[in-house]
Design a protein around this ligand. Sequence first.
Ligand SMILES: C[S@@+](CC[C@H](N)C(=O)[O-])C[C@H]1O[C@@H](n2cnc3c(N)ncnc32)[C@H](O)[C@@H]1O
Ligand code: SF4
Length: 394
Amino acid sequence: MINKIETPKTVAIYVHWPFCLSLCPYCDFNSHVRENINYMHWQSSLIKELKHYAKFTGKRIVKSIFFGGGTPSLMPPSIVDKIINEIEKLFYIDKNIEITLEANPTSAESYKFKEFSRAGINRVSLGVQALNDDALNFLGRNHSLLEAEKAIDIIGSTFARYSFDLIYNRPNQSIDMWVSELQKAIKMAKNHLSVYQLTIEPGTPFYLLLARGALKLPDEGTSASLYEITQEVLSDVGMDAYEISNHASYGEACRHNLVYWQYGDYIGIGPGAHGRITINGAIYATRQHRAPEIWLSRVEENGHATQTHQALDTNSIINEMIMMGLRVTEGIDEQNFLNRTGIKLKNAINGEVSKRLQEGGFIIHDSNKLLATFSGRQRLDSVISSLLNKANVY
Ligand SMILES: C[S@@+](CC[C@H](N)C(=O)[O-])C[C@H]1O[C@@H](n2cnc3c(N)ncnc32)[C@H](O)[C@@H]1O
Ligand code: SF4
C-alpha cells in the first residue's frame, strides 16, 4: 500500500555561484572563468529566481542556506547580503539557521570575510585540498599552503563554525605521508573536516592524463587502506564520519548537506543548481540551466531558468532516498522513509538480499532504521544496487 507523501514544513536553500579564478584539473563542478561579470545583473537574476521558487514552495521555515560553487567567496559580500535579506522577507527563518559559504584560500582577504559575516554567513567551508605546496601544485591550485594557513586563521577568528576540504588518494601518496598530513589538518581544524578520495571525472584534464598513462593513482589496496586509516585517525580525535567523506565532532555536522542526504526539501537557484520540492503529495526534481550566459538570459525572459521540473515517480524517490540515505552513518530513519515515499522500507528493498547483507555484516536493518556498516560503506555502490534489485515494483 502506498501512503500519502508528506510536505515538509521546512526548505533548505542552495545558491550556486559558477565562477572561479582558474579551473582545477580534477574538477567537474559547474565552474567557469570569466574576465567580466556584471555583478548587478547576477544579483537581480538570482533574486528573481529565488522569488520564483518561493512562490512555488510557499512560506516555509528555512533552517539552512548554502552558497556553493564555483567559488562563492569571489562574490561581492553585498550580493550575499541582498540574497539573505530577500530570503528573510520570503520565508520564516529558524533562529539557529546555518548559512554556509564555500571559499578558496586565494580569495580569503580578511576584510571580505568580516563583510560576509556581517551579511549573515555563520559557517565557512574552505577548499584547502592539500597541506604541502607540491601537492597543491599537482592539483592545479592557485594558492600556497601559507595562504591556506592564513585563511584558516582569519576564518577561525571570524566564524563560530568552519570546515575545510582535503583531497587524498593522490599519486605516490603513502599511508605514512597521508597520516602525517591528516594529523596536521586536525590541529588546524575546529570540529569539521571533509576528506575526499581523488576521483577522476570524465571530461577533466586529469581524465585525459589518466587515459594517456601520464597519471597513476594508488592501487585499489592502497586506496582502501588510505580510506580505512582516515576513519581511524579521525575517530581517534572524536571526529567520526557522519557521511562517507565528512567528519565532525558531535553536533557539528553540516546541517544543509544532511538535508540532501536525508531527503528533505531544498530549493536550488543559480546555474546548474538542482532542487527537490514537495507539493501536494508529489516530489518535484528541478534543475536550472547550466551555462551562465544561458541561465542569465532565461531568467531575463521568464523570471527563472528552470530546465527540468518533473514530478518523480515512486521508484525514483525510493532509489534516490536509499542512495543518499545510506551514505550517512546514521542511515535511513524508518518513519522518515515512510513520510517521504509513502512506503515502508521493508517493502522497498529486496528482503532476501537484505538478509544476506545483514548476515555478511554490511548493513543493519531493524524496525527503526536501515544503515550501512563500516564495511558496507566501503562497497556502498554494490550494497545499494543489490538492495534495490527489485524490478519495477511501483
Ligand atoms: C565545489 S568544490 C570546491 C569549492 C571551492 N571552489 C574550492 O575549490 O575549494 C567542493 C569540493 O569538492 C572536492 N572535489 C571536487 N572535485 C573532486 C574530485 N575530482 N575528487 C575529489 N574531490 C573533489 C574538493 O575538495 C572541493 O573543495
Ligand atoms: S575545485 Fe573549486 S576552484 Fe577548482 S575549479 Fe572546482 S570549483 Fe573552481
